[in-house]
Design a binder for this molecule. Structure first.
Ligand SMILES: *Cc1c(COP(=O)(O)O)cnc(C)c1O
Length: 377
């Protein structure tokens, strides 16, 4: 479909083309010097001690969970209002999930009170998701974790360039996991990163990323190692030099891209708050967001699919973040009868509007006018 305003768009240009060509000319494609540089720059950018690049955020979460010792017999508390990968990454380890509620229409992030209510003798970790790049209540969550001796993992798929109290998201908990999927703020097509301040976790993630091996092809190419040992049951979750070169360029563009997203979001909020019955999540959120997505909640009496159709008819692409995980048939089979009233009532009303750095002011106004038209009876 030819959208007048798509949901998102890549912030790509000649810099990305040149970076890829430079890798091809150097004739080393698998994980090597460019990936190391990407990891160093990402660590510097976030202020984390370690950054380990991987194939995507799903495996970043899987590795972080494994490295932190999450496994069979454990339970992990997480929101249901997130992408299914967050929850799947826990199930891969053999652990079970327990879903906690979100705050409500003003804040789509996990509610610390609901986390406390889900704690059992099996609880091992809290896995938070900073929806849209808006920070979860990390002081309250860390306090719960400390009192109950729990690990904290942060799904930062939406949050490169997001801060709370000037501290980058992903550095509050034991590990933070980022996504560089096509439609994310920093995009390499597929790609991900684990950040951590813990030496033991970084070492474990590095080993598990590449088959549990003690040395890489790259180390042997450089003459640093003769052979290798396999010390754990690892995976091939590596990234490659082409994607890492894209990541380096995109990282440089990230602050300006996020600043433009902020401008657009504030303009949206300013104009949409005048529409009766529309709720605007995060409009008074704490911290500095990456503004990954722009969610709105439709008035209670408006049917969502006809609204989406009316937006489509005007050439505006929208999305839904998210259908709650506990309602999917796989999860209903695994956790029969589970209901979550707050999550369900909010997510039913949610529609995500277009937001990306390349959006013109005219496009933003066009989307706002389209929303007003689509809400007319
Ligand atoms: C995109 C996303 C993921 C998965 O990222 P991939 O890099 O595609 O594996 C996980 N969690 C959230 C919240 C996401 O938005």
């Amino acid at each position: 479909m030819d959208w007048r305003v798509p949901l998102s768009d890549l912030d790509y240009g000649v810099e990305e083309e040149e970076a890829v060509m430079a890798v091809i000319k150097r004739r080393w494609l698998t994980m090597g010097a460019v990936t190391q540089e990407f990891e160093q720059e990402f660590a510097r950018f976030t202020g984390a001690k370690h950054a380990i690049a991987v194939s995507n955020a799903t495996v970043a979460l899987h590795l972080a969970n494994l490295a932190l010792g999450i496994g069979l017999g454990d339970e992990v508390i997480l929101p249901s209002l997130t992408f299914v990968a967050t929850s799947n990454s826990v199930l891969y380890t053999g652990a079970e999930v327990r879903f906690a509620e979100i705050y409500g229409p003003g804040d789509l992030n996990i509610n610390p009170e609901s986390i406390e209510a889900q704690i059992t003798s099996k609880t091992k970790a809290i896995l938070v998701v900073h929806i849209g790049g808006f920070a979860c209540n990390m002081p309250a969550i860390l306090d719960i974790a400390k009192r109950n001796n729990l690990i904290v993992v942060e799904d930062c798929a939406h949050s490169p360039g997001s801060y709370l109290n000037k501290r980058h998201l992903g550095t509050w908990g034991d590990a933070g996991c980022f996504s560089f999927f096509s439609n994310k703020n920093l995009s390499t097509g597929e790609g991900g990163m684990v950040i951590t301040n813990r030496d033991d976790i970084a070492e474990k993630v590095r080993i598990l990323r590449s088959h549990g091996m003690t040395s890489l092809t790259w180390d042997r190419h450089k003459g640093h190692a003769y052979t290798y040992n396999v010390v754990d049951l690892g995976f091939n979750y590596r990234i490659d030099e082409i994607r890492s070169s894209l990541g380096l360029v995109q990282l440089k563009k990230l602050p300006a891209g996020n600043a433009r997203r902020k401008e657009i979001a504030e303009h949206y909020w300013h104009r949409l708050q005048a529409i009766p019955g529309v709720d605007l999540p995060f409009c008074d959120a704490a911290g500095d967001s990456s503004y990954h997505i722009f969610p709105i909640l439709l008035p209670e009496n408006i049917e969502r699919y006809p609204f989406i159709d009316k937006m489509r008819a005007q050439g505006v692409q929208t999305s839904i973040h998210y259908p709650p995980i506990h309602k999917f048939s796989y999860y209903q089979k695994r956790y029969p009868g589970l209901t979550m009233p707050v999550t369900e009532s909010v997510s039913q009303r949610e529609v995500t509007l277009p937001l990306y750095p390349g959006m013109s002011d005219e496009q933003v106004d066009y989307v706002i006018n389209s929303v007003q038209n689509a809400l007319k009876p």
